[in-house]
Design a protein around this ligand. Structure first.
Ligand SMILES: [Zn+2]
Length: 481
């Protein structure tokens, strides 16, 4: 009897090992066999233009009264001066006053156009961190082989590289196969009214695009554990955005005679319940695509895990959950961001309010989130309503078989040597989410290697990195077929 049980266990284990190995050996590379083409040096004028672009304080503040239109108009003037051929060859329209839409007519009207996006605006410098910068953030300084300043990585490198590429190609009398639009929003960091206006304009002209390329994933050398090669993260979907305001109400009064529960207690409990009941973790389509592309390139042990997600899903999710950024990849996140109650230290307030920001995994929806939040809080004294900011549902997923994905996959391979490419879920928001009305081929990819200081201190990109960004756009514009 014992012997039979033992034998059964051994056979089951052997079968399991056989299945794991079988799946692992079948888990083969999805990388295109394309060699990178060496990029030329960035010209001195390309470097100067990038430096100058940083000097315009095209800042998106939360407070509209701080909007400085002269900075945007001067920036437009600088573009006209730096890129005369672009301006004489392409048509230019202004949308929502400060967003720019260029059109470069292609040779073949039978092919749908492509749209290259970038945004002109930058986030402000947090006053408390001003002294932590080792350069003036708006000087466009070159130091230690880096270009420094607010907007270098987010997102002027893309805007300037697109303009440099076009100016160079027009100088060679080159005309693209497809029509190419450049859509440069002016308020991406505030939700993108410029991008929305641009989409409305294109839609009114019945224009649909085979590819819309905006900022997003980057090329990273060290952020993927276990990978020795750089990985180009090609964004194929984007999380949604929702803020909810929670209000707890209970008659207040004198703080010398508190009831068993106050509005602040009720609100605090609701927040604790929310945080203690996270949304379920799951692999979205883009994340599954990521594993399918990166997994086969991993060392054997990790490869076994990625090839057998039916068994190891829990283990992989556990690893993702260890960091805030990893956790954001596998679930809709909950972040309390504002809390308000009380006016005086001896008065118990009647109302206590909190704002909670949610980032929705593709497949989730704002209606679902609101339902679930009410269920978890389960307290009639707490009302839940959308906070006074925009709601962005999660985007659809751009197919790996689309023209858009294949084109960017190929161009990434042709630009970045010895690099693995993979689909990717974009955690933050971009202007491109507004373009789903006119394109099914939206890609969120910034062709740059490990930029530093996104929205933070000492933002910078290397001169070497700038060279490859220029090269990526030049090759893309040359090959739009
Ligand atoms: Zn950006």
């Amino acid at each position: 009897m014992f012997k039979r049980i033992f034998l059964t266990i051994v056979i089951a284990l052997l079968a399991l090992v056989a299945v794991l190995f079988f799946n692992t050996f079948r888990f083969t590379s999805k990388q295109l066999p394309i060699e990178a083409v060496a990029s030329p040096e960035a010209s001195p004028s390309a470097l100067q233009h990038f430096q100058e672009a940083i000097r315009y304080k095209t800042i998106s503040n939360g407070d509209p009264s701080l909007f400085d239109s002269t900075q945007f108009l001067s920036f437009h003037h600088f573009l006209e001066t730096a890129y005369p051929k672009v301006h004489s060859t392409m048509t230019k329209e202004k949308v929502a006053d400060y967003s720019l839409l260029f059109k470069w007519e292609g040779k073949n009207p039978a092919l749908k156009p492509i749209v290259l996006m970038a945004h002109q605006d930058v986030v402000p410098i947090e006053e408390a961190t001003r002294t932590m910068w080792s350069v003036d953030p708006f000087a466009g300084e070159v130091k230690e082989d880096f270009i420094w300043g607010r907007g270098t990585a987010d997102d002027k490198i893309n805007l300037i590289s697109i303009m440099e590429g076009a100016e160079k190609l027009i100088t060679e009398n080159f005309q693209p196969e497809r029509t190419i639009y450049f859509a440069f929003g002016h308020d991406e960091e505030l939700g993108g009214s410029g991008a929305r206006g641009t989409v409305a304009l294109l839609k009114s002209r019945n224009i649909t695009a085979d590819l819309v390329l905006d900022e997003g994933g980057i090329v990273t050398k060290d952020k993927i554990p276990g990978m020795t090669k750089p990985v180009a993260l090609i964004g194929t979907s984007e999380k949604g955005y929702l803020s909810l305001e929670l209000t707890a109400e209970k008659n207040g009064g004198h703080s010398s005679m508190p009831e068993a529960e106050t509005s602040i207690d009720i609100l605090a409990k609701a927040l604790v319940r929310l945080r203690e009941n996270p949304f379920d973790a799951t692999f979205s389509e883009s994340t599954q695509g990521f594993m399918e592309h990166v997994g086969p390139e991993m060392p054997f042990l990790q490869k076994i895990f990625f090839a057998n997600r039916w068994l190891f899903e829990g283990v992989i999710i556990g690893i993702y959950e260890e960091s805030g950024s990893g956790n954001a990849i596998v679930r809709t996140t909950i972040a309390p961001t504002i809390i308000q109650a009380g006016i005086k230290d001896n008065v118990i307030p009647t109302f206590a309010r909190a704002t909670v920001n949610f980032r929705l995994l593709p497949g989730d929806s704002s209606i679902n989130v609101i339902k679930r939040v009410n269920k978890i809080i389960n307290d009639e004294r707490v009302t839940v309503k959308p906070f006074n900011s925009f709601i962005g549902e999660p985007t659809g997923v751009t197919s790996e078989n689309s023209f858009a994905y294949k084109k960017i996959d190929k161009m990434a391979k042709k630009t970045f040597a010895n690099t693995i490419t993979a689909p990717f879920l974009m955690i933050g928001g971009t202007d491109s989410r507004h373009f789903s009305e006119i394109s099914e081929g939206i890609i969120k990819f910034s062709p740059m290697t490990d930029p530093i200081g996104f929205h933070g201190i000492n933002e910078r990109v290397s001169i070497d990195g700038y060279r490859t960004t220029l090269w990526f756009y030049e090759q893309l514009m040359r090959d739009t077929k």
